[in-house]
Design a protein around this ligand. Structure first.
Ligand code: NAP
Length: 295
């Protein structure tokens, strides 16, 4: 059996197309467009390339996009003042501070200073709380888990009553996606198990999963014999395992042994081209939602 590929690149395009239409509508009806500011501190090459991609996507969608680059030695006080400025700017609906921050800045303090109604990353404790309550309380689901759920739904995978196993319990992926899948509602209503490094028999849990979500950061952690035949496998892992000498680009691998797993699973996400491309699309969706809520 060869699994159907759930392609993040294709689903991302679908979502961006939908956002583009909504932006046009808001512009025509209210004369406004969603506003997103990306604050980049210093010149970390990985951060710069993420930010460039975010700006490119926001611009393509017709958002107002501000890239606010600050020197690496900016003081915590000045950064807090900058966030305060954008918190009070009505043309800005989403504030994004690119992580990691320099060591002299307390990132918790910075993220908590963002107005929860502009926290399109969904990391503010208020938004984490809203996610826990679920339903209409949820304003901004965190982007990678939201992308995972969107892929599950758009690939036609039944979630209601499904056994979902999440490998990993990080605050940015494992915990939120587990909570989202267990909530009442569309694309959820699942029975969820979270496993981690202290789990006694990882394989036994994974084998039960109708939907297996793996976010461990360990290349090929999940073996083909751990996969339930016909199940849906979402591989969140992005592991650099070498360098392509011809292109000079990193060789990426997921947390699942893809080549073998695709012969057993019913549906599977590739790495790269799976969950990765979804995150920015969901960031844009959250920014659009923030703009719609502010009207
Ligand atoms: P993290 O903070 O390092 O958390 C990893 C989790 O996996 C931890 O809970 C850890 O358990 C668990 N784990 C690690 N090794 C394990 C093992 N051998 N057996 C069972 N559990 C194990 O990582 P993260 O930030 O969630 O990211 C996970 C992966 O997803 C990374 O490869 C990252 O690059 C990728 N990622 C991709 C995207 C995207 O595509 N947009 C976004 C975010 C992350 P303990 O808690 O017990 O240590």
């Amino acid at each position: 059996m060869t699994a159907k590929l759930i392609k993040g690149t294709e689903i991302r395009e679908e979502i961006l197309g939908e956002i583009e239409e909504e932006v046009k509508k808001i512009k025509a009806e209210h004369g406004k467009v969603p506003g997103l500011v990306t604050i980049l501190i210093g010149e970390n090459p990985a951060s710069m390339s993420y930010v460039t991609l975010k700006i490119k996507t926001a611009t393509r969608l017709g958002f107002k996009e501000i890239q606010d680059s600050q020197p690496v030695d900016i003081s915590e006080e000045d950064l807090l003042a900058l966030i305060d400025k954008y918190n009070n700017d009505d043309s800005i609906n989403g504030i994004l501070v690119q992580l990691p921050l320099p060591k002299h800045i307390d990132d918790k303090k910075i993220l908590n200073a963002i107005d929860p109604d502009k926290d399109v990353d969904g990391f503010h404790p208020i938004n984490v709380g809203r996610l826990m309550i679920g339903g209409d309380e949820v304003k901004f689901p965190p982007c990678t888990p939201a992308g995972i759920q969107e892929m599950i739904v758009r690939s036609g995978t039944e979630t209601s009553g499904a056994e979902v196993v999440v490998v990993g319990r990080s605050n940015i992926v494992g915990k939120p996606i587990a909570m989202m899948m267990a909530q009442k509602g569309v694309g959820a209503n699942a029975t969820v198990t979270i496993v981690h490094t202290r789990t006694k028999d990882l394989a036994a849990h994974c084998k039960r999963a109708d939907i297996l979500i793996v976010a461990a950061g360990v290349p090929d952690l999940v073996k083909p014999e751990w996969i339930k035949p016909g199940s849906t496998v979402i591989d969140v892992g992005v592991n650099r395992v070498g360098m392509n000498e011809k292109t000079g680009k990193a060789i990426l691998k997921g947390d699942v042994d893809f080549e073998a797993a695709k012969e057993i699973a019913g549906k599977i996400t590739p790495v790269p081209g799976g969950v990765g491309p979804m995150t920015i699309a969901m960031l844009m969706k959250n920014t659009l939602k923030s703009a719609q809520l502010s009207l």
